[in-house]
Design a protein around this ligand. Structure first.
Ligand SMILES: Cc1ncc(COP(=O)(O)O)c(C=O)c1O
Length: 365
């Protein structure tokens, strides 16, 4: 049994071959079509396709005007990419504590971390469970802060009836190999404001406007850059893979949720094991199934000895030297670091494999 799985549909293989044969492998019609399909199938608002989730985060910070001297509040319970994107702008990451029963940033801790230098908040929807977006949105409006959701795990998740990707000024998704939807590597930045959308499209390709900067008589587009831009666009080969995989996304999401329900139901009363506390007003995409477990090392050894892969996916990133590694008082993050564990959950798991996981846990550790 594998812990993760990369889903590539037969249609994705065929579309990739067709794209290769066409020779049109850079950014073009397939990227545009992929963006339109993300809007149509998943309700994402103005997605700008880019080459990774990290690029999407950095692009959002850049369009929001975050730079040296600014602070950005984020949770430690994430991948280093979230913090690195802030450093890439020359800004300072400021870590707020998490809610111990969800792994998501705690709005009360955000309030405590706001300073005159705070410019933005990056809530991370840990494992695909949406953060308290109404509370975070209210704090952001009160203090005039930009919200950039890190939704790398949360494609297909909903919050109070609305899709993640339609809630905040910016939302960043990842289409890296083991996500619900993959393009090989890739990502998308959703922008609620049309102005941000146009700026993001320009900045993802060096700062040159491919639609508006016309070609000169001599051939090259006429442009005069006033700001740094990036080479962050998705290419048509990656978009072809995404387009081929996208029709399977609703079924894949449903399968993740079904497996999660089974884990919750069959493992409801296991001593030493606590399920995360998810509210009914939002729907997790269940990219991972994270739980809290007592005597974690014993649990990991017992499960592995029975052929079941279990893993910690990311520990709090605040302890990395690159972020300053200052001893910060984040008791809930430290609790999560000591107790979190994730079970395998992916579309290649049959019902028999799910039963094998629950039986192995019910046998004790
Ligand atoms: C929470 C989180 N944010 C951002 C990223 C970065 O995404 P990518 O690998 O597509 O750059 C990841 C990694 O996949 C992640 O788990």
């Amino acid at each position: 049994m594998n812990f993760f799985h990369t889903h590539i549909s037969e249609t994705a293989v065929q579309l990739a071959i067709e794209t290769l044969r066409s020779g049109l492998v850079s950014e073009g019609a397939r990227v545009r079509q992929f963006e339109q399909e993300l809007e149509r199938v998943l309700g994402l608002v103005r997605p700008v396709a880019v080459n990774s989730g990290t690029s999407a985060l950095h692009l959002a910070l850049s369009v929001a005007g975050v730079g040296p001297g600014d602070e950005v509040i984020l949770p430690p319970q994430t991948f280093v990419a979230t913090g690195l994107a802030i450093l890439m702008c020359g800004a300072t990451p400021v870590f707020a504590d998490i809610q111990p029963m969800t792994g998501n940033i705690d709005p009360a801790s955000i309030r405590a971390k706001i300073s005159p230098r705070t410019k933005a908040i990056i809530p991370v929807h840990w494992a695909g469970y949406p953060c308290d977006m109404d509370e975070i949105g209210a704090i952001a409006s009160e203090h005039r802060l930009t919200v950039i959701e890190d939704a790398a795990h949360a494609l297909g998740a909903t919050y109070r009836g609305r899709p993640v990707g339609s809630l905040s000024r910016f939302t960043a998704f990842s289409f890296q190999a083991i996500k619900h939807l993959t393009t090989g590597d890739g990502g998308a930045l959703c922008c609620l404001a049309p102005g941000d959308y146009h700026e993001a499209r320009r900045k993802r390709w060096f700062g040159i406007d491919r639609e508006r900067d016309a070609a000169s008589f001599l051939g090259e587009r006429i442009y005069n850059l006033t700001q740094v831009g990036f080479k962050y666009h998705l290419n048509d080969l990656a978009a072809a893979i995404g387009l081929g995989n996208l029709p399977d996304m609703p079924a894949n999401l449903a399968r993740h949720r079904r497996i999660a329900e089974t884990y919750r139901h069959r493992l409801a009363d296991v001593a030493g094991l606590t399920h995360l506390d998810y509210r009914g007003d939002r729907n997790s995409s269940y990219w991972t199934y994270t739980m809290l477990v007592e005597r974690r090392n014993d649990f990991v050894c017992a499960l592995r000895s029975r052929g079941i892969p279990v893993s910690v996916i990311h520990q709090g990133i605040d302890r990395n030297q690159v972020f300053g590694a200052k001893p910060s008082h984040l008791p809930h993050q430290r609790f999560f670091d000591s107790n979190q564990i994730a079970l395998p959950i992916h579309v290649d798991m049959t019902d028999d494999l799910v039963t094998a996981v629950t039986n192995a846990i019910l046998a004790g550790w």
